[in-house]
Design a protein around this ligand. Structure first.
Ligand code: ARG
Length: 568
């Protein structure tokens, strides 16, 4: 989308703001221009009241303090020299020396019009797409997904959507726990019980896990057999491997059902479990040892990482490899084979040190070159109202399925899902949040259902207009005389900037906050400005605002992985 210049409804809609398909927010353009003149960041803020215009800056006050001059004098000097006529009404100086900026109506109209015609809905496309390897969900075989995996799945899915929308290439990696010592006891228990694997499902596998665990603790000879079975699995014994594979298949089926229920992007093709890296473990250890990065310590092969007391054990004294080694090998695969420019891992915050250490080892070895950014995004716990980890009535850890069921008890599946996803994404990720079904599913307040409702309500207006022969695909704002119209247009023009911010900061709550603000302004607009009952020119303009708001709400909810219903 280049520069656009057309006449709609008698108002020139030349796109003054857009460059190369990207749409930097109007605020940003103003800030850059002021900074170019004054040499300092104007710290532009949205105006606190409509009568102050759209933005305010205290730059004159700060400069005056530095220069020992009168603030109003500095302010009027800036106002005289600043040429913002193409974007703003004449600037005003207020109070002790604030500068108030009011965007010209046609500029706001053009920004919204731009959004309406942009195939990317106002989301700036990256100039140089990166390859981002995104590790998320990553549940464990023979165990059902729990709340931690729910958060990882929802948050990771949002990152996937946001980065993809910006034009990056995202390679999801579902690093399922499909390898480890637990398989010894699982397989022995299956053989002991003569279990019919064809009839086993994931819930059944999880019960098997509990029985095997108990058995392991209670009967030393069983524990010995389980250990021998691990060795057989590692040695590639066919019969053992077949049972192991069947357990993975059962688990995959269970995971797929959950992903379908959650409506996330992950598919079977994204599964890259721990076992995938088995062939890389020994060579990686050998490489690290040969280059003096790893050394034998008490029989184990370890790497000391600056800043951490305990070393990373990459091979234990029995010759086994663990979670850490697998992650070091996975980095090599992701950088060397998948061509990653960026690595993102989404797990609960308690794994933060694990990732810092693994990144450090990979950096020391050159597996993670400086040009590749590696990030661990840790998230907090889901708690009950008492602040302790959310549990079932029986006091056991909650399965993801139970959480969904609990929410579906009070509302329909589509709304329950929106409620859970929004609750998960609208708080700062690192914070714990309370699983409060009544609050999450409310149709008022800062909730997913409220945003869905806002979307459905605009769709209803657009449907009525279409039924009355309004050309919905053509409508656009041409006049924005009411403060609520202007506020809405200004917020719409910020959408692209918000998505950019989320794609770099990986903080979805910023998008949630933005959408909530948009929905709130939409309802003030409805209160102040009749749409369908207005005279034709105004109706056309207001329908344009409605249409743009609908597009942004739908696109924004889509980035959160939340369905935007047309009726509710
Ligand atoms: N399976 C692990 C768990 O349930 C999460 C794996 C995260 N990804 C990774 N590359 N370590 O805690």
């Amino acid at each position: 989308m280049g520069q656009r210049s057309e006449q709609i409804g008698g108002v020139p809609t030349t796109c003054l703001a857009c460059k190369n398909g990207a749409m930097p927010s109007l605020g940003k353009i103003l800030a850059q221009r002021i900074e170019a003149l004054t040499g300092v960041d104007p710290e532009l803020r949205p105006a606190t009241k409509a009568q102050f215009g759209h933005y305010q800056t205290n730059v004159a006050l700060r400069l005056a303090a530095d220069q020992g001059r009168k603030p109003r004098e500095v302010a009027s000097e800036i106002v005289d020299q600043l040429d913002l006529d193409d974007l703003c009404e004449p600037l005003e100086i207020a109070g002790p020396g604030f500068i108030n900026l009011r965007l010209r109506t046609e500029v706001l109209c053009a920004a919204v019009n731009d959004l309406l015609h942009d195939p990317y809905h106002g989301i700036p496309q990256v100039a140089n797409p990166k390859t981002v390897v995104l590790d998320y969900s990553s549940p464990n075989v023979a165990k059902q997904m729990h709340v931690g995996h729910l958060r990882s799945t929802i948050i990771g899915d949002c990152f996937n959507r946001v980065l993809t929308a910006r034009g990056d290439k995202v390679i999801p990696q579902n690093h399922i726990g499909d390898w480890g010592r637990q398989f010894g006891m699982l397989i022995e228990q299956i053989l002991d019980e003569g279990l019919d694997l064809a009839a086993l499902d994931l819930a059944g596998a999880e019960e098997l896990y509990l029985r095997a665990n108990q058995h392991f603790g209670a009967e030393p000879s069983f524990a010995d057999r389980a250990r021998a079975r691990v060795v057989a699995l590692q040695a590639g014994d066919e019969a053992t491997k077949a049972i192991w594979q069947r357990l993975i298949e059962i688990s995959r089926e269970g995971f797929s059902q959950t992903y379908a229920r959650l409506g996330v992007l992950l598919t079977d093709a994204d599964i890259a479990g721990e076992s995938l890296y088995n062939p890389l473990l020994a060579p990686t250890c050998a490489d690290l040892e040969a280059r003096g990065i790893a050394a034998i310590d008490d029989g184990a092969l370890v790497v000391f990482v600056p800043g951490f007391e305990a070393p990373v054990i990459i091979r234990n004294s029995a010759g086994g490899y663990g979670y850490d080694t697998t992650d070091v090998a996975a980095i090599r695969h992701r950088v060397e084979t998948l061509g990653a420019d960026q690595l993102i891992y989404v797990t609960d915050a308690r794994q933060h040190d694990h990732f810092l250490k693994v990144f450090a080892v990979a950096q020391m070895a050159g597996y993670l070159p400086d040009r590749v950014v590696a990030e661990h995004v840790g998230f907090g716990m889901v708690t009950g109202k008492d602040g302790t980890p959310y549990k079932t009535r029986e006091g056991t850890a909650v399965h993801l399925e139970d959480l969904l069921n609990t929410a579906e008890e009070v509302t329909t599946p589509a709304i329950a899902l929106a409620a859970i996803k929004y609750a998960d994404l609208s708080n700062q990720l690192q914070k714990d949040y309370v699983f409060d079904v009544a609050r999450m599913t409310a149709t008022t307040g800062d909730t997913g259902p409220y945003l869905q409702y806002a979307h459905a309500r605009i769709c209803q207006i657009l449907r009525r207009a279409a039924a009355e022969a309004d050309p919905i695909d053509e409508v656009c704002p041409t006049s924005l005389s009411e403060p609520t119209e202007q506020a809405l247009a200004l917020t719409l023009s910020r959408f692209g900037g918000i998505v950019v911010e989320v794609s770099t900061s990986l903080q979805p709550h910023k998008l949630c906050g933005y959408l909530f603000e948009l929905a709130t302004q939409l309802s003030s607009f409805y209160e102040q400005c009749p749409v369908l009952k207005s005279e034709p020119a105004l109706r056309y303009s207001r329908l344009g605002l409605c249409r743009a708001t609908q597009i942004v709400l739908a696109t924004g909810l889509g980035l959160l992985g939340i369905h935007a219903p047309e009726v509710m």
